[in-house]
Design a protein around this ligand. Structure first.
Ligand SMILES: *[C@@H]1O[C@H](CO)[C@@H](O)[C@H](O)[C@H]1NC(C)=O
Ligand SMILES: *[C@@H]1O[C@H](CO)[C@@H](O)[C@H](O)[C@H]1NC(C)=O
Length: 292
């Protein structure tokens, strides 16, 4: 291969350095995750990974490994403008009919109307534990950090390190707590206009497609579970490995975090399954023990 001039060499060097830097900035995504749905609906832009929904397909990515306990952080910038009918989810889940799942679901809205953040917890295959809140910022303007902290005492959902939900271990009251199955980390965007926006009344306007959610700053800091190892062995190892997530200080919210959660619930919560008497004539058993 011959080069006709030094300027093309410089251009080539520039190109190479550009591609190298974009490789390093998304390497964390490649190291931890892979597209599992519609790889052709992904694009990589500097340190951001974009996933799009159009009238042909949604898209999703999953972690390459599974984990038991730890913390997952990802920064997300939700669909800008008209996102009505779309749902973007970020969640952890195990496999099988008795799976556990910790969900963030971001329900889109028409331009200028607020997104709703719905969280849910599935234990042994059963969910129906929805909470909904609006946010104290516009999640479509900038990247914000969404996290799940999971240890043997609690599951905490955090937005920019502010706890928005705690699911506590109440096994001493006979209530099962998810701590025996390794979980993957997932995100997806899809069309859910049968329920997502204003109860399904507002449909996806495909003339506004593609709907793009952007991600960056992927972090998983937990007890990694080889797929070849049985859950019971992983559970034993991950529960006794002395991981940072088992420090006593992380067994419940600290005072500052408790105040933050009270503030979120007082100012931003719009739905809590625990107080939905129409749906649950007798209060779900774990709600009786909620201390907030
Ligand atoms: C969308 O906006 C409307 C009007 O402000 C609001 O009632 C609704 O809760 C918002 N979110 C969703 C997901 O429907
Ligand atoms: C998808 O949307 C585009 C843009 O609105 C439109 O041109 C196209 O016909 C649609 N295709 C299908 C399969 O609905």
């Amino acid at each position: 291969m011959a080069f006709s001039s030094s300027s093309s060499l410089i251009a080539l060097a520039l190109l190479l350095s550009l591609s190298v830097s974009s490789v390093t900035s998304t390497s964390k995504f490649d190291e931890l995750f892979q597209p599992y749905w519609a790889a052709d609906h992904f694009s990589f832009d500097g340190d951001a990974v974009n996933m799009k929904l159009d009238n042909f397909s949604g898209a999703g990515f999953s972690s390459k490994s599974k984990y038991m306990f730890g913390k997952v952080n990802v920064q997300i910038k939700l669909v800008e403008g008209d996102s009505a009918g779309t749902v973007t989810a970020f969640y952890m889940s195990s496999d099988g009919p008795k799976h556990h799942e910790f969900d963030f679901e971001f329900l889109g809205n028409t331009t200028g109307e607020p997104y709703i953040v719905q969280t849910n917890v599935y234990v042994n295959g059963v969910g129906n534990r929805e909470q909904r809140l609006n946010l104290w910022f516009d999640p479509t303007k900038d990247f914000h950090t969404y996290s799940i902290l999971w240890n043997q005492r609690q599951v905490v959902f955090l937005v920019d390190e502010t706890p928005i939900r705690v699911h506590s271990n109440l096994e001493h009251k006979g209530i099962p707590f998810p701590k025996d199955q390794a979980m993957g980390v997932y995100s997806s965007i899809w069309n859910a206009d049968d329920w997502a926006t204003q109860g399904g009344r507002v449909k996806t306007d495909w003339t506004h497609a593609p709907f793009v959610a952007s991600y960056r700053s992927f972090e998983i800091n937990g007890c990694e579970c080889p797929v070849s190892t049985a859950d019971s062995d992983n559970a034993k190892r991950c529960a006794t490995s002395g991981g940072w997530w088992d420090q006593p200080i992380l067994s419940e919210l600290n005072v500052h975090q408790s105040h933050q959660l009270i503030w979120v619930r007082a100012n931003h919560m719009i739905y809590d399954y625990c107080s939905d008497a129409g749906r649950f004539p007798s209060v779900p058993v774990e709600c009786e023990h909620h201390r907030h």
